[in-house]
Every structure is written in structure tokens, then in C-alpha cells.
Design a protein around this ligand. Structure first.
Ligand SMILES: NC(=O)c1ccc[n+]([C@@H]2O[C@H](COP(=O)([O-])OP(=O)(O)OC[C@H]3O[C@@H](n4cnc5c(N)ncnc54)[C@H](O)[C@@H]3O)[C@@H](O)[C@H]2O)c1
Length: 324
């Protein structure tokens, strides 16, 4: 067994959006971090400021390669697994790519954890596992049928995590993130998340495209809250947390059009002409859910997770970071 106090945390997807913030938070908490990424969607730029920091290591590697994953995990007592191909539409366009990175990649992590006897694997799942269930708020145990290959990969990750606990004693904690946003989230490309996409469009003087009527709701979660859950998952000593999954969100739902209005208003304080831009409405996207809201009671009780940054504060920080 490797000493968890002194050994590095293996952090897959560490060069990504949430991953780069998680690297920072763990380093700030005095932990050593071994960041693992293949830059499929992450960027070296996201962690450039950490290179050379005490306790920070960077390993370029691919989750789809079992040996590389096992080699990177050597000497690590704990693992944070965030590496994956995100985006529902990406997975509909290319299910095999999502399966390879998200499901086979995670199995490689679990297998290495099993054979190396790591203490704990905290992994990213997603609110997409609630699929077609109309029930609000979303509560652990009341999942619906998945609406996309991405959701299938995350649902199967959860099933495998629990199975590895039962069969091999691998201790896992799953975090079902709900629409995380914040600084460094990739704003460009066809699979960009909605908040950075809106900000970038408005900054360019372009009309932001809203899929559907804009009245769909999401439980938008500022990245610092998501990262707090990652750290809480690693630190949690409650045996009742092991083998379980937890909703990680703000616990409030907001209509997309209200988020857009807030972004537009704030950016218009810098560039007044932005106030005149009229959003464009496109068709609904296949695989998207209409409404989302998390019940975060379980994470509060078991992980001691408590979101500290509300939506509007988080949005203002994000907008300011993109606007420069
Ligand atoms: N951002 C959200 O709203 C959200 C919501 C629910 C779940 N999640 C999950 O949280 C995790 C982090 O998401 P994010 O928003 O930071 O996305 P991201 O795309 O910024 O980060 C994912 C990282 O994984 C890396 N990666 C992908 N395939 C890889 C492979 N084969 N080998 C090694 N590295 C690989 C990417 O290069 C990237 O750095 C993902 O598992 C995602 O599914 C995110």
C-alpha cells in the first residue's frame, strides 16, 4: 500500500477544464498531483502555470492504453478520474470514440487500481444518467433511460465502479456533475458548452444560438463547487460513501434564457453595443433533457459537500475571465 499522505494523486483529464482546477485545488491543499492527459480536448495551456510547481508532475498518456494507465498509477494511493470525452452531441456523432475513452478508459483505471491496491478512486459521472426520467429534483436511485451514448458510458462507469467494489474491494466514489461552468472551459468548436459559447459569441459581436426556446432549465454548477466535491471525495473517511454516487450541483435550476440575459447584461457594461444583439433560436438538440435540477442532500450529508459559490457570482467571475 502506498502512503496516501505523501504519494501523488493520479488525476486523469488534469489538463481539461475541471481537471486543471482540481490540480490547483489539490496542490493548494498540500497534495502532490500527477496529471495524466492526452490533450484530446484539454490543453497544455490549462496547466502551464503549474509546471515546475512543487509536487506537480505531468504525464502525457492515453486512457485507452491499459499499460500506460497502470504505469502512471504506480506509486499513487488515490486517483481522481476526470478524463473523458464530454458532450452529448459528440457522442451521438461518434459513439465508438466516447465508448473507448469513457468506458474502456475507465475500466483501465479500475483494473490498474485493483492490481495496484490503490486506496480510493473518485470519478466523474454525469447528470446525463437521469436520462428520460421526468422526476424533479433528480435524486440518486431514480435514474431514467439514457438519451445518448455519452449517458450510457457514464451509467456503465457507475455500474462497473460498484462491481469492482463488490468483486475486488476497489473503493470508489462517483460524482454526478450537473452542467459545470467556469474559467478555462473550452468556448470553441461544435461541442462547446453553452455558457462559454454564449460569452464568446457575444464578445465577437455575433448572435448566440439558443437551441429551442431557451426555457429549458439546468442546475448550473460553478467549477469551484465541483472541485470542492472532488477534494471532499478524496478526504471522506465515511465507509458509507464507498461504492456510491452523489449528485454534485448547486441545487437550483435556472432557465437558459436567464443565464444568457445575465451574460449579455454584464458584457454590455463593457461594450454597450452587446446589449443590442438578438439571440438566434435553433431547433432542440437530440439527446438534450428539458429540465434539470439536483437534489444534493446525499452529498451534503455523506461527503460534507456544500456549494460555496452561487450561479450569479460564478457567472460574473467566468464572464470577467473571458472578457479579460
Ligand atoms: N463540464 C461539465 O459540465 C460536466 C458535467 C458532467 C460530467 N462531466 C465530466 O467531468 C469530467 C471533466 O469534464 P470537463 O468539463 O473538464 O471536460 P474536458 O474535456 O475539459 O476534460 C476532459 C479531459 O480528459 C482528457 N481526455 C479525454 N480523453 C482522454 C484519453 N483517452 N486519455 C487521456 N485523457 C483524455 C481531455 O484531453 C481533457 O483534458 C469528464 O469526465 C466529464 O464527462 C463534466
Amino acid at each position: 500500500m502506498t502512503d496516501r499522505a505523501t504519494s501523488p494523486v493520479l488525476l486523469t483529464g488534469g489538463a481539461g477544464f475541471i481537471g486543471s482546477h482540481a490540480c490547483e485545488a489539490l496542490l493548494a491543499a498540500g497534495r502532490r498531483v500527477r496529471c495524466f492527459d492526452n490533450y484530446a480536448t484539454g490543453k497544455r495551456d490549462n496547466i502551464a502555470h503549474l509546471l515546475g510547481s512543487d509536487g506537480f508532475e505531468l504525464v502525457e498518456g492515453d486512457l485507452r492504453d491499459a499499460r500506460t494507465v497502470a504505469a502512471a498509477m504506480q506509486g499513487c494511493a488515490q486517483v481522481v478520474h476526470l478524463g473523458a470525452l464530454g458532450s452529448v452531441p459528440r457522442s451521438i456523432a461518434d459513439p465508438l470514440a466516447s465508448e473507448a475513452a469513457n468506458l474502456t478508459g475507465f475500466l483501465h483505471v479500475l483494473e490498474a487500481a485493483r492490481h495496484l491496491g490503490v486506496d480510493k478512486v473518485v470519478f466523474a459521472s454525469s447528470s446525463s444518467v437521469y436520462g428520460d426520467s421526468p422526476v424533479l429534483p433528480k435524486r440518486e436511485g431514480a435514474e431514467g433511460a439514457p438519451l445518448s451514448p455519452y449517458a450510457v458510458t457514464k451509467a456503465m462507469d457507475e455500474v462497473y465502479a460498484a462491481l469492482y467494489g463488490r468483486l475486488f474491494g476497489v473503493r470508489t466514489i462517483g460524482l454526478r456533475f450537473f452542467n459545470v461552468f467556469g474559467e478555462r472551459q473550452d468556448p470553441s468548436g461544435p461541442y462547446a458548452a453553452v455558457i462559454p459559447r454564449f460569452i464568446l459569441a457575444l464578445l465577437r459581436g455575433e448572435r448566440p444560438v439558443v437551441h429551442g426556446d431557451g426555457r429549458q432549465t439546468r442546475d448550473f454548477t460553478y467549477v469551484a463547487n465541483a472541485v470542492q466535491a472532488v477534494v471532499a471525495g478524496l478526504d471522506c473517511s465515511d465507509p458509507g460513501a464507498v461504492g456510491r454516487v452523489f449528485n454534485i450541483a448547486l441545487g437550483r435550476s435556472t432557465e437558459l434564457r436567464d443565464v444568457l440575459a445575465h451574460i449579455q447584461q454584464r458584457l454590455a457594461q463593457r461594450v454597450p453595443s452587446i446589449a443590442d444583439i438578438v439571440p438566434e433560436h435553433g431547433p432542440d438538440r437530440p439527446g438534450d433533457v428539458r429540465a434539470s435540477l439536483a437534489d444534493i442532500t446525499l452529498a451534503r450529508q455523506v461527503l460534507r459537500y456544500e456549494p460555496k459559490v452561487d450561479l450569479w457570482q460564478g457567472l460574473d467571475r467566468t464572464i470577467d475571465a473571458y472578457a479579460g
